[in-house]
Design a protein around this ligand. Structure first.
Ligand SMILES: Nc1ncnc2c1ncn2[C@@H]1O[C@H](COP(=O)(O)OP(=O)(O)O)[C@@H](O)[C@H]1O
Ligand SMILES: [Mg+2]
Length: 631
């Protein structure tokens, strides 16, 4: 129990209050109804034990046959009412539980989506999925146990005790003799259960994270033959989970076990103490039966109430975790007095921006402007901070000093949703969802006419590959769009951006992962997209940006050069070096790679066709380079 923080009763009360205030209290009419059902259900056992006395004394011993039908009718009514109340109680509770889980999950999702990038970097998807799915269930089980304990079981006990006391209060005292003995061990068991449950919740989150990573990375897992490695890692975690869960459950079982022992002691006590009173005729057999039935019936609810604390400890571990998450506030938020976003196509300016991830400074006084309606390219070595500039503009991260302005309004002065509404971002990750192509394009919008959609599909060159898909726009694209090729996914992303029709366009290596052929098509689609918008483009291949109105060269988080392609080449500085490096390493090789792949693709056709395929390849290449290097 080393990782156990002190648990005071007030802490637990706090957790329950939090749950009540935020989620349970809105269901109070249903809860009242459920409690009503529970009270009926609970008191019926008392009634049954009470009826033992006339059954034995009046019917059996006095031999009053006329009373049989009344007693029988009463017993039937008792069972009928109990059945009715039990069903009603279950349905009502199920309704509350499902509604509450839905509310909690929806709140969690919208809260988690608001969190900063840094939060999501330290809280992996699987972990969050586990919180949203499994922890909510454990909480539901906890409060249900609590409500059932307080409602049905407590009422049952009170009524049964009432019957027992009505027979003989001294017998009742004797029956309860063992109670104080179980209190201290029960306390210990509770603490133990809480600690193990916390462990189990955290392990559950780790397991979910690993599953998420494996299934998302299933291709690299297969290619690197990591199946057995991943299985081993997973099974080590499941072993720990098994330990934690079994221990938590064992701890939870100890408490009802203790209650059994206590009850046994009570039973024996009453038998020894009260037996002589029955033999001597001081008490009737009916009284005796009534008392023992009451005490006998009391076992089950007592054990259940005993188990409540264990259940509650498990739930409390879940509530703690969820409340922690829900109380975390994002730092990247809209300003309290936001300015309106700029109208029209804006200029973009970075002013002496410094930005760090943790202790590492990634932007070191970066400044540049991107003119309205023009294309500005950001180039520089990998890790120079280009993507970070995009993250800064869209406020996925905030700078430590300096500012970014869009049409003279600082990004920090705009509402987040207004700011992000200015941009369309196309990057290597097209972020497709496991829905139909149409749904992926419209993303819930209903204001797009079929004609407009056609126009966009045309401009984004989606129409080029649409005929190849089995169901056209209704084709399911698979998880993350995996049934489309890279170039097709990019064109979908471009079509989305066209539909968004924002004044600013951010392209982050949008074509870097594509082969030459797809790159040419995507490049053409991007050109139609960037018309009339302020476009910032990050490109790995300099060939794709030599047409840009301005090229900004970044090195280690600062801007070292800017100008047009020729000017920069003439300066013979950083850009010229980058250019030379690429020309030397990627120029001829890229060609031969493209040729080789052309050749491969046609393998299987007659060997004589080889020569012509080579010619096809080179003519295709020349078409593409004519397009890319068009001056
Ligand atoms: N979320 C992050 N946390 C910590 N460091 C990061 C994060 N994102 C990027 N970096 C670091 O910041 C530097 C710049 O990254 P980036 O802007 O992506 O470079 P690039 O110019 O290749 O787009 C890199 O050194 C990278 O490791
Ligand atoms: Mg980058």
């Amino acid at each position: 129990m080393s990782n156990d923080t002190p648990q005071s009763p007030t802490h637990d009360q706090g957790l329950f209050k939090w749950l009540w205030r935020n989620y349970l209290s809105r269901f109070w009419p249903y809860l009242t109804l459920a409690l009503l059902f529970m009270i009926i259900e609970g008191s019926m056992l008392g009634a049954l034990s009470f009826i033992m006395r006339p059954m034995f004394d009046t019917v059996f011993i006095e031999g009053n046959e006329g009373a049989i039908r009344y007693v029988a009718l009463a017993i039937f009514c008792i069972f009928g009412a109990r059945a009715f109340a039990a069903v009603g109680q279950k349905i009502t509770l199920a309704y509350i539980m499902q509604k509450m889980a839905a509310a909690l999950r929806t709140d969690l999702l919208s809260h988690l989506m608001k969190q900063d990038g840094a939060f999501h970097q330290t809280h992996p998807p699987g972990f969050l999925i586990q919180r949203v799915q499994a922890d909510v269930i454990s909480i539901n089980e906890g409060w249900r146990a609590l409500v059932m304990g307080a409602g049905r079981d407590a009422v049952t006990l009170i009524v049964l005790m009432g019957v027992a006391i009505s027979v003989d209060w001294k017998w009742t005292l004797v029956a309860l003799i063992g109670a104080p003995l179980v209190l201290a061990p029960a306390q210990l068991a509770q603490k133990f259960v809480r600690a193990r449950s916390r462990e189990a919740r955290d392990l559950g989150a780790k397991l979910a994270t690993r599953l998420d990573e494996v299934f998302h990375g299933i291709v690299p897992v297969k290619l690197n033959r990591l199946e057995s490695y991943q299985s081993r890692q997973y099974s080590a975690l499941t072993d720990d989970l098994v330990k934690a869960e079994v221990r938590a459950n064992a701890g939870g079982a100890i408490i009802p076990g203790l209650i059994d022992i206590m009850s046994g002691l009570g039973f024996v006590g009453v038998l020894v103490y009260g037996g002589s009173e029955i033999i001597s005729g001081e008490k009737s057999v009916g009284q005796f039966m009534s008392f023992f039935t009451a005490i006998g019936f009391a076992f089950e609810p007592l054990r259940r109430i005993g188990a409540v604390s264990g259940r509650w400890q498990m739930a409390a571990a879940g509530i703690e975790r969820l409340r922690e998450l829900l109380e975390m506030q994002p730092t990247l938020v809209s300003p309290s007095k936001p300015k309106p976003a700029p109208n029209g196509v804006p200029e973009i300016a970075l002013k002496d921006v410094r930005l760090s991830y943790g202790d590492t400074e990634v932007l070191r006084g970066a400044s540049f402007t991107a003119e309205a309606g023009k294309t500005t390219a950001l180039v520089g070595a990998s890790g120079a901070g280009k993507s970070t500039v995009f993250n800064l503009l869209t406020r996925l991260v905030d700078p430590s000093s300096g500012s970014a302005e869009i049409g003279t309004v600082a990004t920090a002065d705009m509402k987040l949703e207004d700011l992000r509404g200015l941009f369309s971002v196309v990057s290597q990750d097209a972020a497709l969802f496991d829905e139909s192509l149409r749904e992926n394009l419209l993303l819930g919008r209903t204001d797009v006419t079929e004609a407009r959609l056609q126009e966009v599909l045309e401009a984004a060159h989606v129409t080029d590959f649409l005929p190849q898909l089995a169901n056209g726009l209704e084709t399911q694209v698979g998880p993350r769009g995996s049934s489309l090729s890279g170039g097709q996914r990019q064109r979908v992303a471009i079509a989305r951006a066209l539909l968004r029709d924002t004044p600013v366009l951010l392209l982050d290596e949008a074509t870097s992962a594509l082969d030459a052929e797809s790159e040419a098509v995507v490049q053409a689609a991007l050109e139609s997209l960037s018309k009339g918008r302020t476009t910032l483009v990050i490109a790995h291949r300099l060939s794709t940006v030599r047409d840009a109105d301005k090229i900004v060269v970044m090195e280690q988080g600062a801007v070292v050069e800017e100008g047009r392609h020729e000017e920069l080449l003439a300066q013979n500085g950083a850009y010229a070096r980058l250019h030379e490096l690429q020309f030397k390493t990627s120029g001829p090789t890229a060609d031969s790679v493209a040729l080789a792949s052309q050749g491969r693709r046609r393998k299987g056709s007659a060997g004589a066709a080889r020569g012509s395929s080579r010619r096809d390849g080179s003519s295709l290449l020349s078409r593409i380079s004519a397009r890319l290097f068009r001056r």
